[in-house]
Design a protein around this ligand. Structure first.
Ligand code: NAP
Length: 248
């Protein structure tokens, strides 16, 4: 398969879950791939999982100054960039009364502010037929308790898919968003919940999904391949829902 043959791609947060599966699919479709992450352990395991075929870069998605360094690194390694997947993200679930400024800024830093300045820094490097895919979340659309900040970061990303579509179309850059519903990845394990609580939260979520199950990262990755490929030249500013019917 060579749907991305010759294309050069950056996937932020490509060390686990949706990002790692997207890196696998991109490599299988003939792309040259760079991924980022912050945790040295998952960076190392991803390098091995991808058989050493991807450029694996340590870069903190929340650090605005680091976005410039990352863009310069990409420029040196690839020359131009055809695909950017903004995927790195965290979820912190807290009731309104427990949020403080540090936690608020961390979520917005990783999920929105860092990505915003990464796109800005990458502007000189994008090819004239580039595709940016932003990974949003159904939490921007549903009223799930304790997700006020997470949902807002993802609503901001979805907004960016539309505004930057208008702004960057003259440079040949398409911007789209994918809106996953609950998907089986290591993300839930990072919520800091005890195992029993995690299971009950997952069961409660599953019961609200018409398909009664979580999604598979492979389906998200295949959708990213489509939006990143030359099969979607007229698709811009879109939000592709992949959620088993959760927001119906
Ligand atoms: N799983 C779901 O149910 C679901 C649903 C809707 C949307 N999403 C979105 O999908 C995206 C991928 O999530 P996932 O489910 O695949 O979770 P995941 O397995 O936890 O992946 C998150 C990725 O983001 C990276 N990351 C986190 N903080 C970072 C930072 N400060 N700097 C650089 N990289 C950082 C992680 O790298 P490290 O290992 O280095 O931390 C990892 O590669 C996220 O944006 C998430 O919000 C997920």
């Amino acid at each position: 398969m060579d749907r991305l043959k010759g294309k050069r791609a950056l996937i932020t947060g490509g060390t686990t879950g949706i990002g790692l599966e997207t890196a696998r699919q991109f490599l299988a479709e003939g792309a040259r791939v760079a991924i980022t992450g912050k945790n040295p352990e998952t960076l190392a395991t991803a390098f091995h999982d991808l058989n050493g075929d991807a450029l694996v870069l340590e870069s903190d998605a929340a650090d605005v100054a680091a976005q410039k360094t990352l863009a310069e690194h990409l420029g040196e390694a690839f020359g131009t960039l055809d695909i950017l997947v903004v995927n790195a993200g965290i979820v912190e679930m807290l009731p309104l009364g427990q949020w403080d400024e540090v936690s608020f800024d961390l979520s917005f830093g990783i999920n929105f502010k860092g990505p915003f300045f990464l796109i800005q820094e990458l502007l000189p490097f994008f090819s004239s037929t580039a595709s940016i895919v932003l990974i949003g979340s159904v939490n921007a659309r549903i009223g799930m308790p304790n997700t006020s900040v997470y949902g807002a970061t993802k609503a901001a990303l979805a907004s960016l898919a539309r505004t930057l579509s208008g702004e960057l179309v003259s440079q040949g850059i398409r911007v789209n968003a994918i809106i996953p519903g609950p998907t089986t990845t290591p993300l839930d394990g990072k919520l800091g919940l005890p195992e029993a609580k995690l299971k009950s939260v997952a069961a409660s979520l599953e019961s609200q999904i018409p398909q009664q199950q979580f999604g598979d990262p492979l389906e998200i990755a295949k959708a990213v391949v489509f939006l990143a490929s030359d099969e979607a030249p007229f698709t811009m500013g879109s939000e592709l829902l992949i959620d088993g019917g959760l927001v119906l």
